[in-house]
Design a protein around this ligand. Sequence first.
Ligand code: DC
Length: 222
Amino acid sequence: MQIAIDGPAGSGKSTIAKLVANRLGFIYCDTGAMYRTATVMAQRLGLDYGDEAAIMAHLEPLEITFKPTADGQLVFMDGVDVTLAIREPEATNNVSQVSALPAVRANMVARQREIAAKHNIVMDGRDIGTTVLPDADLKIFMVASVAERAKRRYKENLVKGIDTPLAVLAHEIEERDRKDSTRAVSPLREAADAVRIDSSAMTIDEEVAAILKLVQEKRQPR
Ligand code: DC
């Protein structure tokens, strides 16, 4: 079974996707973390974030792997732990540019399909329901107000020791929404057959329950 969860930055996708995957015993694939890892790779190699040829030369052979732990999922780049680095402002502020490169997207989409082919999966991102897994059994499109999303990212960041002011986060979220929605290749877009969930006024438990109910309905159609 494939569950696609898409939505803008900070809509709560990854928190919800992880919990839903846990409850169902499915694996969870955070595609944003993959684009972020490509960005950290470019940063560490001193590559220009728009230099598609140079980025691709290093990205093709790069191994990106996930390791689930009790405290969350760790992300590795050729065996090096980049879990924290991919959430730093340098990666966050440049990932839209790297993820807009068509060859980077093609490479990531191929990797994501390969992972999805082997497992029952919950995959979250921007283009999962529209491009990566167009035949997913269930497609969710999660939205939330900018103010609510900035507040959530602020709290998430504090736990990680990152202290960016709320107003800056709100501005970054708006900017990223704009870039992600207007890029030429697979922009952030709701799939025609997606179920839209507005999480602004919902608790995490309510969101998870709503999705599990939809999964149940897919498994036992009335
Ligand atoms: O979900 P996130 O904030 O970690 O995603 C980081 C960036 O990666 C986001 O700005 C857009 C890009 N992205 C994408 O283009 N396609 C995806 N499937 C997932 C993320």
